[in-house]
Design a protein around this ligand. Structure first.
Ligand code: PMP
Length: 351
């Protein structure tokens, strides 16, 4: 059998998605989803869908949706690519910008999908380790065809200094994809760099701030030549009709997105303060999750004890860089109070 499968695919471990249980009593804080409802306009558009349109293929280049995104960011539709989640956007960047003998760079730790995507395409991986304070210093003569720069970073939840990002992209010979999945939860972002520098693309997703992980819609903004290259190689109809329509109305309703983000940012502050009272180390999050070092009890022990109480957070296992930390998605205030109460009970020796 094995000679039927590409060697690089045989060597791969297999994608392990975050746990997605459906039981009602679970507090799910493990995959950085948004606990609030998306724009009410999404409900309206779904009720208005004329099902006869579903027998036809959708617009292959998503023009109406791209117009809404271009309007939001003050650019032209030619600067906007939309994909089936930002995961597809990232995969297409490797296919469009990295030759077979090229390489993909990224910081370590950052989004765990980047090395998997590089392996799928059989291209070299060139990770750059973040330092102890999760900052970065590029090695002398560092080069790669494409660099994934996660900003704010995941799983650490921190932002980098924007001037350092700009000088990095100016001096870098390849394409820089700034992955801004969590940018709406931060005060600043790098969207302007995508329109000023010809080697920069900024990727966003509707999975987090827009409460729409279920529709799978990600997009990116960059110069026309790079975006045009991505359009040449995408699947014919990569974004389905319902997703295009839902995403369009959600993007036009910035107020709902911003109100949900504000609620999460407020809850984030409350949870961080409480965890610090427990004696935990909590990073200055600019995302919808917290990067927590549970001093005293240890990450694995706390993760397992919370799981027994039906509270699921993310533990990254035995990787030396991340094994002392938990990544905790910020849910609703009541969910987070359950998480805090359970944590306190565990710390006090309760089961
Ligand atoms: N980038 C980062 C940094 C992420 O954490 C995620 C979500 N896990 C994604 C991209 C993918 O988002 P999407 O749901 O749009 O595929």
């Amino acid at each position: 059998m094995s000679d039927l499968i590409r060697k690089s695919v045989q060597a791969m471990q297999g994608y392990v998605p975050g746990e997605q249980p459906k039981e009602a009593d679970i507090v799910k804080l493990n995959t950085n989803e948004n606990p609030y409802l998306p724009s009410p306009d999404v409900q309206d558009i779904l009720s208005m869908v004329d099902i006869s349109v579903l027998s036809r293929y959708p617009d292959p280049v998503c023009m109406e949706l791209r117009k809404a995104i271009a309007g939001l960011h003050g650019c032209d539709v030619e600067n906007v690519f939309v994909g089936n989640g930002s995961d597809e956007v990232l995969a297409l960047c490797i296919r469009a910008f990295v030759e077979r003998d090229g390489s993909v760079g990224f910081f370590d730790p950052s989004y765990s999908l980047y090395p998997i995507l590089a392996d799928i395409e059989d291209v070299e991986k060139k990770p750059v380790s973040l330092d102890a304070g999760y900052g970065w210093q590029m090695p002398a003569d560092y080069a790669a065809s494409l660099f994934f720069l996660t900003h704010p970073n995941a799983p650490t939840s921190f932002v980098y200094d924007k001037n350092s990002i700009e000088s990095f992209v100016k001096n870098f010979g390849g394409v820089v994809l700034i992955d801004e999945a969590y940018a709406d939860f931060a005060e600043d972002n790098c969207m302007d760099l995508a329109l000023q520098h010809e080697n920069v693309i900024v990727a966003r997703t509707l999975s987090k701030s827009y409460s729409l992980a279920g529709i799978r819609l990600g997009y990116c903004v960059g110069n026309e030549a790079l975006i045009g290259a991505m359009y040449k190689i995408k699947d014919s109809y990569n974004v389905n009709y319902l997703t295009q329509e839902i995403a369009r109305v959600a993007i036009l309703d910035q107020d709902t997105m911003k109100a949900n983000v504000s609620a999460i940012v407020e809850t984030r502050k409350m949870v961080a303060e409480k965890l610090e009272e427990f004696g935990f180390e909590v990073g200055k999050s600019k995302t919808n999750f917290l990067w927590v070092k549970p001093l005293g009890i240890g990450a694995k022990t706390l993760f397992e004890a919370l799981r027994k109480k039906n509270i699921i957070v993310r533990y990254f296992g035995n990787d030396e860089r991340t094994r002392d930390y938990l990544r905790v998605t910020v849910g609703t205030a009541p969910e987070m109070l359950k998480f805090l109460d359970a944590t306190e009970a565990i710390l006090n020796g309760g089961e």
